[in-house]
Design a protein around this ligand. Structure first.
Ligand SMILES: *Cc1c(COP(=O)(O)O)cnc(C)c1O
Ligand SMILES: [Zn+2]
Length: 448
């Protein structure tokens, strides 16, 4: 049997008519200026039945037949079907662990809480899922003679790390714009190591975004931010992978931290496609969690979905410090389809939630802390019930944010935090060690 030919095109997310090729540098609808989205040929995809798709994805999952062992490229027909395999730039993204957070869940009164570790990835965040698609498309465009000088992005840290790594793997020049002093040392050193041009600007993310958009318009540079919806195609495999990991069962809730709001749009797009193709017949409820200091979606949610950009303030959750999210309209549409909720977390709440969950064996980044704080609020309010199946999306590896954790555990005086566990510094003396162990045990006993 010959494989059916699948196709994907860009179409205006606001519904203007007309298809646009994904093989040309275009990011906005030429008619109304809204974002584009990738639209697949669903009738063609439907020629393969749901069970057959499931079987295909299971056969490929984490196996070694390149590139299909990748969590993204194992779903290639749903992601970017016309890409030639020799142009795929993959570092085996996806396939991340989804674990039962038994002890933390029980502390909160939940029996079925799971954490999807999207940060256990090549560059330590979920951004790899989208970047493998975008850079592969650029590679094919260049192979076909398109004059792309470089790929570029504005970033709060993780996008630039992913872009720099995949571009370096493909041998394509990368330019990344970072708000100076506002990304973690680990995030800064990744694009430096991968040889990208790293431009640290005296502005915030939203300021970097304006400059890169101008560069893209005027200089023949290809835009790698999530307003380029090719990234969404890779990221939407998160939903497919979660459902696959639950033996094709849909959870009741998915909680995700949101900044530029591409990832929540991707999550919805993944569930939509599974629904359209008959793999699932139920939709989860989606919760977006924002830092109170950078909460434009939360404000819109509270205000009948009326959106106003804000100036985002400093937050420990630096990767979601965004005041004017590019994918705001897609995100609102997603939340409307998925009976969505938006919740926010203060700095203390996000840090305490991350640290509390760490005490059950996790090692959470601050953004995951925002999602966990939202989870705790929804459980306390009774929105989420004991036997609901809940998935929290962990977006980055905690090790990329070591400074956040060190500061939490070593703060003293009135700044000392609830779950702080500072190192005990001692002389080289056995009796002092014994006393310190007894004191620490006694202190723990009085705390719990
Ligand atoms: C990018 C990022 C987010 C936010 O994703 P958006 O698509 O911008 O909403 C959350 N957490 C981490 C760690 C990120 O890098
Ligand atoms: Zn349009």
């Amino acid at each position: 049997m010959s494989e059916p030919v699948f196709k994907a095109v860009f179409r205006c997310a606001a519904g203007c008519p007309g298809d646009h090729s994904i093989w040309q540098p275009i990011y906005n609808c030429p008619t109304c200026g809204d974002l584009l989205q990738v639209v697949h040929d669903v009738p063609a995809l439907k020629k393969r039945g749901p069970t057959s798709w499931m079987r295909l994805f299971e056969e490929r999952y984490k196996h070694t037949t390149w590139p299909y062992g990748s969590g993204v490229w194992g779903k290639k027909e749903w992601v970017c079907p016309e890409l030639r395999n020799d142009n795929i730039v993959s570092m085996d993204e996806g396939g991340t662990n989804l674990f039962w957070a038994e002890r933390y869940g029980h502390e909160l009164g939940l029996d079925d809480l799971w954490v999807k570790m999207c940060g256990n990835s090549h560059t330590g965040s979920f951004k790899d899922l989208g970047m493998t698609v975008l850079v592969s498309v650029v590679k094919q465009m260049m192979a076909n003679g398109s004059p792309v000088r470089a790929v570029a992005c504005a970033s709060t840290g993780d996008t630039s790390a992913a872009l720099a790594a995949f571009a370096a793997s493909a041998g394509i020049p990368a330019i990344v714009f970072l708000p100076r002093g506002l990304v973690s040392p680990a995030q800064l050193v990744q694009p430096l190591s991968n040889g990208a041009s790293v431009l640290a600007l005296d502005t915030d993310f939203d300021g970097c975004m304006k400059i890169v958009q101008r560069l893209v318009r005027e200089e023949g540079v290809y835009l790698a931010n999530s307003m380029n919806s090719l990234r969404i195609e890779g990221q939407k495999t998160i939903s497919v992978e979660i459902v696959q990991q639950f033996d094709w069962q849909v959870p009741d809730w998915v909680i995700i931290p949101g900044g530029n709001l591409g990832n929540v749009s991707a999550l919805g797009a993944g569930f939509d496609l599974m629904h359209d193709l008959g793999l699932i017949d139920k939709r989860p409820r989606i919760v977006v969690a924002q830092a109170e200091a950078a909460n434009p979606l939360y404000r819109a949610y509270r205000n009948n979905w009326q959106f106003e950009p804000i100036t985002a303030r400093a937050t420990l959750a630096s990767a979601i410090r965004i005041g004017n999210p590019v994918s705001i309209r897609k995100a609102i549409a997603t939340l409307q389809r998925y009976d969505g909720i938006v919740e926010q977390a203060s700095e203390a709440e996000l840090a305490d939630a991350a640290a509390r969950a760490d005490l059950t064996g996790m090692f959470n980044c601050p953004h995951t802390g925002v999602a966990l704080a939202a989870l705790e609020k929804l459980v306390a309010r009774g929105d989420i019930r004991r036997d609901d199946r809940v998935v929290v999306i962990s977006t980055a590896a905690g090790l990329k944010f070591a400074e956040f954790k060190i500061a939490y555990h070593t703060a003293t005086g009135t700044a000392r935090r609830r779950y702080a566990n500072a190192p005990i510094e001692l002389p080289n003396d056995y009796d002092a060690v014994r006393r310190a162990i007894d004191d620490a045990a006694a202190a723990k006993a009085t705390r719990s």
